[in-house]
Design a protein around this ligand. Sequence first.
Ligand code: NAP
Length: 298
Amino acid sequence: MERIERVAFIGLGIMGSRMAANLCRAGFEVHAFNRTRARSEELAERHGAHVADTPREAAAAAQATVTMVVDSPDVEQVLLGEDGAAHGMSAGHLAIDCSTISPEASRSIGARLRERGVGFLDAPVTGSSPRAEDGTLTIMVGGERADYERALPVLEAMGLLVVYAGPQGQGSMVKLINNAVAAANAAALAEALVLAERAGVDTDALVRVMAAGSGDSAMLALKARPMLERDFSPLFKLDHMLKDVRHTLAAARAAGVELPLGERIERLYAEASERGHGSDDFAAVVEALDREMRPISR
Ligand code: NAP
């Protein structure tokens, strides 16, 4: 199989814009498509990417296509819909989906692409925008091992830890389980911080102690300050976290398992979303806890 030198990149949002920039920096010829064209023009100006008018045009100029959109229907649309990338791919092309979608959708899209002689990897990422920016994402990959090995130079330009997770759909599955834990951690942290505020605790002291001990977590490092300051500038939108928790619940049901904690977490994030925080950072789950933690009458 020929080495991948030309990459189509579809979806230049918070994550995709930074990941595509790293592909440009690593020397790949990048053909970018974004629904809102200004973002691909910015990538072209700042990093020398080529702007494509459609996903199909981007893929036709490349040997591999990376998608970084939002959910399963979006990936289907940009790959297999009208003017979708699949229509520009010839046999031997490799599609790499980095969005977080359902494992079932990953398997179905993979099967449809394989009918065209196109390889497909579900390769979601974790690490949020700072690690997308400096190319140190963790990337978990499901699909054929040979496709994974061929994709490695592309993935290593965007990530520091790249892990092969097994057959198609298992990258998505690993990602969902990871995010269910992150969503629960963030909710537990939010509850702790609201308790501290209500009990008059010095929250700086609390955070310093937690960071040095058993209360430490990636969520503490990333979300304690935004939660305390109620600064919800989006690094990872709350609605995207809610999507991931819902996919985890569905994947658990498909595996015949109930997730009691997952169900509770889903309701918290759904409540925050219903109250208008869907496009805010998921640190805004603190607002849902703030409302639910009513004073106990004594
Ligand atoms: P985002 O900022 O909302 O960007 C989404 C991108 O997808 C935008 O470029 C958007 O185009 C494009 N898009 C969405 N639906 C589309 C459609 N139907 N057709 C064409 N383009 C479409 O999201 P993000 O934070 O980069 O996240 C992208 C994916 O990575 C999601 O699956 C998310 O769960 C996952 N993820 C995010 C993070 C994080 O920390 N942010 C971390 C790990 C994984 P427009 O510009 O036109 O809107």
